[in-house]
Design a binder for this molecule. Structure first.
Ligand code: GLA
Length: 361
């Protein structure tokens, strides 16, 4: 059973004149073990992102050890299918090992030593795929909800110009790669304004930022579509391309992300049901709401197709959706266009219909 046999057109054909359409790949897809998932990727997408394998902790797990096995395969896969290959991500507060910020005796590194470590990492990773990876998320998630820069090892030790340095090193490592800043919750005015100020500051320091990524980890009712649109319009003031980089629509109740990650089984049965209402499948009514939500999102992206260069889903099918294990482990979420059996959901049809029935002219 694969979607290949279905009569639906590929998303990449449907959006050919609008923007690239991408998906984040996991190890099973990169290694070709998830045959059906891979068939979906080949049919529907013309851009790929690595879900985890190019994050610091995966590609550079120890000071003197890089592990490029999966990343080499990922890049070869993209080349084989003539896809745009994205790198994610170079400098982030998360999924970065603790050793990065300390010396051999466990003492915090000084500014120069950490800059050197950052430069080595960027040169080694970006350099290895020079001319093959089209664009990199250079810095991920540097801004807090109150508009301040996130406290993290990079900021504490290097200072605010860690972002400038990261972009400079990446530019030097591959002058032809596109370099992006990637962020979530940009629908919140304070965070969005901080983002725009930050990019302007980078530009004033002589840094060329080639694109802004809005992650797009959204919900059925949140954020309101008007806020999604406002974000696209406001970011376009920067006059550089923007991308929706990690799109998915969670159907489960929100659980405060900043609280500690928990296991579903840690809750009493009533709370379990509240936070995991669809353990055995998505009811038709919710399936329909998901399709409607995707339809309004893509109608908005199409309306602003002149500002958007790529829309990437964070995953191929629901079986791999991170939202089923973060921030609560053990839930069943349904955020993507293909279900756990790799079959198209009504949301896929809705996205295609939105594209094909758009108003032209
Ligand atoms: C962030 C990161 C991604 C991924 C998602 C979901 O948005 O940018 O790499 O980790 O969270 O976990």
């Amino acid at each position: 059973m694969t979607d290949i046999s279905s009569s639906l057109p590929g998303l990449k054909e449907v959006f050919e004149d609008d923007f690239r359409i991408g998906a984040a790949l996991n190890l099973d897809q990169i290694y070709g073990r998830d045959h059906e998932g891979l068939a979906i990727v080949v049919k529907h997408f013309n851009s790929i992102s690595p879900e985890n394998i190019l994050k610091w902790e995966e590609v550079h797990p120890e000071p003197d050890r890089y592990d490029f096995e999966a990343a080499d395969r990922y890049v070869a896969l993209g080349e084989k299918h003539n896809m745009q290959i994205i790198g994610h991500c170079l400098v982030w507060f998360f999924q970065t090992p603790d050793w990065v910020f300390v010396d051999k005796s466990g003492k915090p590194l000084g500014r120069e030593a950490l800059l050197e470590r950052m430069r080595d990492h960027i040169f080694t990773v970006v350099g290895r795929y020079k001319g093959r990876i089209h664009g990199w998320d250079v810095v991920n998630e540097a801004i807090m909800m109150d508009g301040s820069l996130r406290k993290c090892g990079w900021l504490d030790i290097i200072g605010e110009d860690y972002l400038v340095k990261a972009f400079e090193y990446a530019r030097e490592a591959d002058p032809d790669a596109e370099l992006y800043y990637n962020e979530y919750d940009t629908e919140h005015p304070i965070k969005r304004e901080a983002l725009i100020r930050l990019i302007r500051r980078l530009q004033d320091s002589g840094v060329r930022v080639d694109g802004i990524g809005t992650q797009g980890h959204w919900f059925l009712d949140y954020p309101p579509i008007a806020d999604v649109e406002k974000t696209i319009v406001e970011i376009s003031q920067l006059k550089i391309p923007q991308m929706i980089t990690e799109l998915d629509v969670g159907v489960l109740p929100f659980y405060p992300v900043d609280s500690k990650m928990v296991d579903l089984s840690a809750f009493d049965p009533k709370t379990q049901k509240k936070y995991n209402p669809y353990p055995d499948g998505l009811p038709d009514a919710v399936q329909k709401k998901l399709a409607e939500r995707y339809s309004e999102l893509f109608a908005t992206f199409l309306k602003h197709r002149d500002k958007i260069s790529r829309v990437t889903f964070w995953g191929v099918h629901d079986k791999q959706a991170w939202r089923s294990y973060l921030p609560i482990r053990g839930r069943a979420d349904y955020p993507l266009l293909f279900d756990r059996q790799c079959q198209p959901k009504p949301a896929l049809g809705a996205v295609i219909k939105t594209a094909l029935s758009r108003e032209t002219g």
